[in-house]
Design a protein around this ligand. Sequence first.
Ligand SMILES: Nc1ncnc2c1ncn2[C@@H]1O[C@H](COP(=O)(O)OP(=O)(O)OP(=O)(O)O)[C@@H](O)[C@H]1O
Ligand SMILES: O=P(O)(O)OC[C@@]1(O)O[C@H](CO)[C@@H](O)[C@@H]1O
Length: 303
Amino acid sequence: MIYTLTLNPAIDYFLQVDHFKAGELNHVKADRKMAGGKGINVSRVLQHLGLVSKCLGFIGGFTGEFIKGKLAEEGIETDFVPVDGDTRINVKLKSDSETEINGVAPQITDAQLEALFGKLSKLTDTDILVLSGSVPGTLPVTIYKDIIEKVSGSGVKVVADTSGEAFKKVVTAKPFLVKPNHHELGEYFGVTVESFDDVKKYGKKLVDQGIEHVIVSMGGKGAVYIDKDQYLFAPPAKGILKNSVGAGDSLVGGFLSEYAISGDFRKAFRKGAASGSATAFSVDLCTKEKVEEILPQITVTNI
Ligand SMILES: Nc1ncnc2c1ncn2[C@@H]1O[C@H](COP(=O)(O)OP(=O)(O)OP(=O)(O)O)[C@@H](O)[C@H]1O
Ligand SMILES: O=P(O)(O)OC[C@@]1(O)O[C@H](CO)[C@@H](O)[C@@H]1O
């Protein structure tokens, strides 16, 4: 079973405003509320691509009820730890440019954290655990590292997709796979990562630190896969950008949808890249039909 852990889920509140002006009254032309948070997005993509997964994490309040309802409507399994406060709302403002304002997490108590550890202790070597997104302020920034250390005896494969300090800490626990974007990779090493050579150089440094598989996503420039033997490039598909929110999660979801079945990294990387582009060209996260339409455009090459 694939488990996704979203410590900090959100309602993603998309607002369309014509020519947004800061400091003035703006009227919304259209809006949309989605169940969001990186791990939840991975589970939704897996569901769209025909794979079962289970969402773990902390959820609370009226916003949490909304998210649970949306996931139930889609038939996605969940096993959240309830918390007292309201799960956050993240504003995704689409106007002449895209602006994101991500909300603040509710309080998480020691007992609630223990309840999560209890669930994670049941995972086995046939499972994959995806750790995705930001860490709520009331949890230690080492939490993903702590989780990997706690589950390491079980043989569960851990995928990590986070940023900032949490990424720095989780890397030291050597997850099976990490998926930074090129900005996050640069931030980790204190450099600017722009070119493919930069991505290869710094991605390989993560492999040398003991991470078996590294995927660096580069938005509209595609993605690079690195392990100890090879560098692979997946180009972006051609299309009209509708929504970049969740493209990275779709890459992870698409990758796992193939890897969990065939164990073939090259095929999985291709499917992940197609899924990322499919989401970029969709209003919501990618569908199976959209991914299949895009797959022929993605030829993975050794670079
Ligand atoms: N404009 C685009 N055109 C084509 N493909 C895209 C575009 N944007 C993203 N993709 C595809 O999706 C993948 C993931 O995108 P990106 O690098 O933006 O992820 P991210 O920064 O982790 O995003 P998020 O955090 O919003 O999920 C890219 O590697 C690429 O394959
Ligand atoms: O604040 P975090 O946890 O880093 O990111 C959360 C988030 O921006 O990431 C997802 C897209 O990847 C959205 O669904 C969600 O709003």
